[in-house]
Design a protein around this ligand. Structure first.
Ligand code: SAH
Length: 225
């Protein structure tokens, strides 16, 4: 699945966007506690510099969130790795819903690990750019939609896993309703400065949520932009 990064010169990158830069980032993620080989291998191959503006490409392999326009950000690589790990660890999901496509990077990581990814973004321009990247990289197992992702994607539910990449005040019941019986949802929850990453699964007496640590995400907003 990583063949694209070796064939296409733009995807392969040079200097600050080279394979060496990706290798160093992955070494750092492993040192910071990311253990899942599958996640590390996908992130080692995926050209993150193609998901941000060219002017910022030299910073693509720093472990930091970066602006992608419209006041939004591409998530920090460590957070992408951690969320992906949390989503696929209990059991590799087959169909995943992502809320908040943004640059498309998190979605592209998932698309190389699972059978089918559905992603919803409320800002049309960001979605257009993300779709262009998916096409360029030949990622053909992604379906995307311009909508308020807090509503999920009812026509395609249930999902084996749901990942939310913007922070809401609480968990969205519409999303929990679209989880398959043994599915899990990973989402940041809470106000700016006090957000926690949660993994939620169905227990015998209702939802069981587990905290995966403090995070910092842009807000989950209502409607479409
Ligand atoms: N997964 C993205 C992270 C982007 S930041 C990436 O890898 O780049 C979060 C994104 O969530 C933003 O693009 C923002 O517009 C979007 N968002 C916020 N609220 C949303 C909502 N209700 N529905 C869909 N997308 C939303």
């Amino acid at each position: 699945m990583s063949a694209f990064s070796h064939r296409d010169p733009a995807a392969r990158g040079l200097g600050m966007t080279s394979q060496r830069a990706r290798d160093r980032l992955v070494e750092r993620l492993a040192a910071e506690g990311i253990r899942d080989r599958r996640v590390l291998d996908v992130m080692r191959a995926l050209p993150r510099h193609l998901f941000i503006d060219e002017a910022l490409a030299s910073r693509a392999y720093e472990d930091t969130a970066l602006p992608i326009g419209q006041g939004q950000t591409i998530s920090q690589p460590y957070v992408v790795a951690r969320m992906t790990e949390a989503l696929i660890e209990p059991k590799l999901p087959r169909r995943v819903l992502e809320v908040g496509t943004g640059s498309g990077y998190q979605c592209a990581v998932l698309a190389q690990l699972v059978e089918q990814v559905y992603t919803v973004e409320r800002i049309e321009e960001l979605l257009r750019n993300a779709r262009r990247r998916f096409r360029k990289l030949g990622l053909d197992n992604i379906r995307s939609r311009h909508d308020d992702g807090r509503l999920g994607w009812p026509d395609e539910a249930p999902f084996d896993a749901i990942i939310v990449t913007a922070a809401g005040a609480g968990l969205e019941t519409a999303l929990l309703d679209q989880l398959a019986p043994d599915g899990c949802l990973v989402a940041p929850v809470g106000p700016p400065g006090r957000q926690t990453l949660l993994r939620v699964r169905a227990g015998e007496q209702g939802w069981v949520s587990e905290s995966l640590g403090a995070v910092s995400f842009v807000p989950l907003l209502g409607g479409t932009g």
